[in-house]
Design a protein around this ligand. Structure first.
Ligand SMILES: Nc1ncnc2c1ncn2[C@@H]1O[C@H](COP(=O)(O)OP(=O)(O)OP(=O)(O)O)[C@@H](O)[C@H]1O
Ligand SMILES: [Mg+2]
Length: 308
């Protein structure tokens, strides 16, 4: 685990809404703090990370500095494919291409093309390492949710099969080499500590094995509740006298405490389930704040720092 941040690419994925972007930001902060030139890549047509840093969201494809050693960029797969087709098509204007129907036709006829062109961009960002001085030491890919992420990662196989020659063939090979290389790329699943989310992380593991012969480097279990009570304390709570003026309120508080304890217990069972399957587990607590802002993400980075 120590070498997690020594890779060139961290792919962060998991079910929708489990904290992929939050963890990507936290890992980015951590790497940057250690002096690694880091970029967090979002996939989609908007950049949400910049807003977290109080910076106006840049246009897709624009590298934006967030703080020392830390930048962000968003890659819009449609736009990336359009640009790529434009290069192929020489002087055909982007607007013409986009409106001509050719684009939609091509995108539909070439499964994996959008995804592959996006992954080529990711690979280009990691390439800086070799060029010495230019580019980034670490690229954190805030990937889409599991199924789509697997689509991105499989794109060299899906689209590569149709593109065996020309520049795209070479780029396809580079992307595939990067994704298959355990020294350069690590895969992280983010899961909430619920049965369903953990099951999805296990499915991701199967997909990675099937597609790339790779395994999850770690599972980040996000939003864990602390276990605040010992068994003895719980028994005492259960035995509390609940008569008198404060009786009702004590009873309500006791029930709430027991419910939270039970929930935490179930969550920790899911941690155990992952550990039984020999996964490296990074536990991140639920951070209580009305809205998780930069301070909260820094707190999470701090937690992760003790483990990676
Ligand atoms: N450990 C945590 N404690 C408290 N809130 C959290 C924690 N992790 C994430 N959140 C909050 O949960 C919400 C979802 O997180 P985030 O946007 O990172 O998820 P995501 O997996 O990237 O979602 P999407 O699939 O929509 O991209 C956000 O409001 C975030 O602030
Ligand atoms: Mg997200």
């Amino acid at each position: 685990m120590e070498e997690l941040l020594d890779r060139n690419l961290l792919v962060v994925t998991g079910k929708g809404g489990v904290g992929k972007s939050t963890m990507s930001a936290a890992l980015g902060l951590l790497a940057a703090r250690e002096g690694r030139r880091t970029i967090v890549v979002e996939v989609g047509d908007e950049s949400r990370l910049a807003s977290l840093f109080g910076i106006a969201p840049p246009a897709p494809g624009v590298e934006t500095r967030l703080e020392e050693h830390l930048s962000t960029i968003s890659i819009d797969p449609d736009r990336a494919l359009l640009e790529w087709l434009q290069v192929l098509g020489g002087r055909v204007s982007g607007r013409l291409l986009a409106s001509s129907g050719t684009f939609q036709y091509f995108a539909a006829a070439a499964p994996g093309a959008r995804e592959l062109v996006s992954m080529v961009k990711v690979w280009q960002l990691t390439k800086g390492v070799r060029r010495r001085g230019a580019g980034y030491d670490l690229v954190v890919l805030d990937a889409p949710a599991t199924g789509h992420a697997l689509g991105l990662l499989a794109s060299p196989q899906t689209f590569g099969a149709i593109a065996r020659v020309g520049p795209i063939a070479g780029q396809t090979r580079h992307v595939r080499d990067l994704l298959e290389d355990p020294e350069r790329t690590a895969y992280l699943a983010v899961a909430l500590p619920t049965e369903m989310a953990v099951t999805e992380a296990l499915e991701l593991q199967d997909g990675l094995e099937r597609q790339l012969e790779r395994s999850l480097t770690a599972v980040i279990v996000n939003g864990l509740l602390p276990r605040r009570f010992t068994t003895a304390e719980l028994s005492r709570l259960a035995a509390l006298e609940v008569s008198g003026r404060e009786g009702a309120v004590i009873q309500a508080a006791t029930r709430a405490a027991q419910a939270v304890h039970e929930r935490a217990r179930l969550q920790h069972n899911q941690l155990a389930r992952l550990r039984r399957r020999s996964f490296e587990v990074l536990a991140v607590p639920f951070v209580w704040s009305p809205q998780l802002e930069l301070a909260g993400v820094r707190e999470i980075a701090q937690r992760l720092a003790r483990k990676v």
